[in-house]
Design a binder for this molecule. Structure first.
Ligand code: BES
Ligand code: ZN
Ligand code: ZN
Length: 481
């Protein structure tokens, strides 16, 4: 799908389909011959609520009247949903060129939301299916029309949606292909985007040599080489302090010896969603030339079973010297992230945010509506909340607490990788990470287990959702100096 801004009137663009906005209680701004679009609204055939679309024809043109709700209540997220409804309808009709009329007085964030909703909704996850006679391709050409030049917000919406869609591609790819090595190869492409970007990757031997015993323990059950991916963006002459983005990228989580039930196990290809978001957000940050140094650390490995797999009751040593009892080999994400957090600090991070599909407990608590936010610093948590408001990816603050910390005290080692009691699973997991993040610098952990895939949003119904890409870019922008 090629998207561009235009100042041509929608009916002059040559598009086969024109999408016209309507707000509650308002008429159609640019009506067609004798006001026949407005009359559809008056008769209630075309509705004004978000997600409503009505199709009609006039001349040799097709019109889609799309609802934007109450003008004063319009948000970028509502714009995303409204545009996704237009895209879904246009696709089902087989439209090839589409022109969307931007409502009068729309601010940049609204325009961006419309573009993102369009591009995200058009993203396909079923491209490997054979010939399906029912299948329709998204429109090849999409124009966003306004009286004023909206090139800037349209370009930004395109860039952010493209990054999010790339993260979704990484997520949706099967785990026999989307291996740690494949993620490292993608990181290498991203590092090529700028002379100010660099890449270092650590393989199994290098992880062991660096003392990353927690990460290496997870990787020891698979023949595939793990990769700790360290991708840096260092724009010259900036004064902002380095931001670390840390991502869990378990490319398949079988649970290991503490094996998962087979029902639903296929969904564990999405256990690399945090890493996917970190990589593609970093790419967008570089493309946008955001003036903040970024240290992205992605822990990529499989969690499988074999004769060499780690066992419950093993004791391993992380790169900061902490000894860890493995109680449950399915609590592998926190082991991988432990060494990644230590690495981020060693590389000079002055604030950290990590993204991980860390616990089933998080999914059960909040479902797809919010990712859980845990932080050792209220100001940093507020900064993340502000970025979340800006990007439209909701976060809900969840608690850390010394009593949760107590539950992961080790019996034979410093700490254990699962709590002594089966309570507050998302918080005890966060406390495990907190041990490695420490309290010296602001750190936030986003448990994205519930929001990573199959979230049933109008613009991301099935498969990987790319959660966190827009959020991390917005966060980095808010820190630029
Ligand atoms: N990858 C899972 C968490 C997960 C579960 C993500 C469901 C998405 C949907 C993680 O590695 C895991 O298995 N966690 C365990 C921890 C437990 C053993 C303490 C869990 O949540 O059951
Ligand atoms: Zn697991
Ligand atoms: Zn996992």
């Amino acid at each position: 799908m090629h998207i561009e801004a235009t100042t041509q009137a929608p009916t002059d663009t040559g598009a086969d389909t024109v999408a016209v906005p309507v707000f509650d209680g308002e008429g159609v701004a640019h009506d067609f011959e004798d006001g026949f679009l407005g009359s559809l609204v008056e008769r209630g055939e075309a509705k004004t609520s978000i997600g409503s679309v009505a199709v009609t024809h006039g001349g040799d043109l097709r019109f889609i009247i799309y609802g934007l709700g109450k003008r004063d209540d319009l948000t970028p997220e509502k714009a995303r949903r409204a545009a996704a409804a237009v895209e879904t309808k246009a696709r089902s009709l087989g439209c090839a060129t589409l022109c969307i009329e931007i409502p009068h007085h729309a601010d940049d964030a609204t325009v961006e939301g419309l573009v993102e909703g369009m591009a995200l909704s058009a993203h396909r996850w079923d491209t490997r299916k054979g010939n399906d006679p029912e299948r329709r391709e998204p429109a090849a050409e999409v124009m966003f029309s306004d009286h004023d030049d909206r090139t800037v917000p349209v370009a930004r919406g395109i860039l952010l949606a493209a990054a999010q869609n790339r993260a979704r591609d990484l997520q949706n790819s099967p785990p026999n292909e989307m291996t740690p090595d494949a993620l490292a190869a993608r990181a290498a492409e991203i590092a090529e985007l700028s002379e100010h970007a660099t890449l270092e990757t650590l393989d199994r031997a290098q992880l062991i040599a660096a003392g990353c015993g927690a990460f290496a323990a997870v990787a020891q059950g698979t023949d595939r080489e793990p990769r700790m991916i360290v991708l840096k963006w260092n724009p010259p002459g900036v004064t902002a302090e380095p931001l670390a983005l840390v991502g869990k990228a378990v490319t398949f989580d079988s649970g290991g010896i503490s094996i998962k039930p087979s029902v639903g196990m296929e969904g564990m290809k999405f256990d690399m969603s945090g890493g996917a978001a970190v990589l593609e957000a970093t790419a967008a940050i570089i493309e946008l030339n955001v003036q903040v140094p970024v240290i992205s650390v992605v822990g990529a490995t499989e969690n499988l079973l074999s004769g060499s797999a780690m066992r419950p009751s093993d004791i391993v040593t992380a790169s900061d010297g902490t000894t860890i009892e493995i109680d449950n080999t399915d609590a592998e994400g926190r082991l991988v992230l432990a060494d990644c957090l230590v690495k981020a600090k060693a590389e000079g991070a002055k604030r950290i945010v990590d993204l991980a599909t860390l616990t089933g407990a998080m999914d059960i608590a909040l479902g797809p509506a919010y990712a859980g936010l845990f932080s050792n610093n209220d100001e940093w948590a507020a900064t993340l909340m502000a970025a979340s408001d800006g990007s439209g990816e909701p976060l809900w603050r969840m608690p850390l607490h010394p009593s949760y910390r107590k539950m992961i005290e080790g019996v034979y080692a410093d700490i254990r990788n699962t709590a002594s009691k089966r309570v507050a699973g998302a918080s005890t997991a966060a406390e495990f990470l907190h041990h490695f993040a420490g309290d010296e610098i602001p750190w936030a952990h986003l448990d994205i287990a519930g929001v990573a895939d199959d979230v049933d949003l109008p613009y991301a119904k099935k498969g990987g959702a790319g959660f966190g890409v827009r959020l991390l870019v917005t966060l980095a922008e808010s820190l630029a100096a």
